[in-house]
Design a protein around this ligand. Structure first.
Ligand code: NAI
Length: 221
């Protein structure tokens, strides 16, 4: 079967400076898409910010002959990320809502700040980017949105009341966008990944991280 190609398409990938988002961005670019590499460059808990993460991935894509631009805004300001796509490439076709952080605490110890920050990044961030992209998708009669949920949302996980609630919220948001977008050829789907990344470095067994790194080096261009 031939590879799925994305020639002529513009893809926005949030949180594309590391982990899964980086892999998506590299793969989209290797298959012909022009890519907006968004990343705020934060720690796994959402602290700090840096342009390095996004810049490195953009460099990698360009070195491999692909086309990409960086965007350093938080997904909470999703309209700025979509504007980067429009300013540089004149359109957006595909939106991968992937950016994410963790602020794990048991229910009783959960603070309002940790609750709100997780909802802001995962749920509101995906809402803001999707809302900004939707009119563009509608006008061109084509749009694809991916939301990133988690097994923590579907089944629950100790210490992740904030994260699991936000991740399950994305399932509801996706269903509604799919209903509102269907007649305009705008599809919205949810994925529930599992990957060796810094988010899971103290959750998944070290062996898995080691072999995943070796596989990623071989398969990601
Ligand atoms: P990662 O920590 O390797 O990468 C996440 C990226 O998002 C980082 O580069 C970070 O700087 C960026 N980011 C964080 N907040 C941002 C914001 N406000 N605006 C823009 N960028 C921001 O994490 P990983 O593992 O690649 O996770 C990607 C997504 O997949 C997340 O939504 C995560 O919740 C989800 N997920 C991951 C699983 C796994 O097994 N790794 C399991 C289930 C879900």
């Amino acid at each position: 079967m031939p590879d799925l190609r994305f020639d002529g398409r513009v893809a926005v990938v949030t949180g594309a400076g590391a982990g899964l988002g980086r892999a998506y961005a590299l793969l989209f670019a290797s298959r012909g898409a022009k890519v907006v590499v968004n990343d705020l460059g934060v720690s796994r808990h959402g602290d700090g910010s840096s342009s390095n993460a996004a810049d490195k991935v953009v460099d990698e894509i360009r070195r491999n002959g692909g086309t990409a631009v960086a965007n350093y805004d938080s997904v909470v300001e999703g309209e700025k990320i979509i504007k980067t796509a429009l300013d540089n490439f004149g359109k957006v076709d595909i939106l991968i809502n992937n950016a994410g952080i963790l602020r794990d605490k048991s229910l009783v110890k959960m603070t309002d700040h940790d609750w709100d920050l997780i909802h802001a990044v995962h749920l509101k961030g995906s809402f803001k980017t999707s809302q900004a992209a939707f009119p563009v998708f509608k006008k061109q009669g084509y749009g694809r949105i991916i939301m990133t949920s988690s097994t923590a949302g579907l089944y629950g996980n100790f210490g992740q009341s904030n994260y699991s609630a936000a991740k399950m919220g994305l399932v509801g948001l996706s269903h509604t966008i799919a209903k509102e977008g269907g007649k305009y050829n705008i599809h919205c789907n949810v994925i529930v990944p599992t990957a060796a990344s810094r988010l899971t470095e103290d959750i998944l067994p070290p062996d898995l991280h080691f072999s995943a790194t070796k596989v990623a080096r071989k398969t990601v261009p």
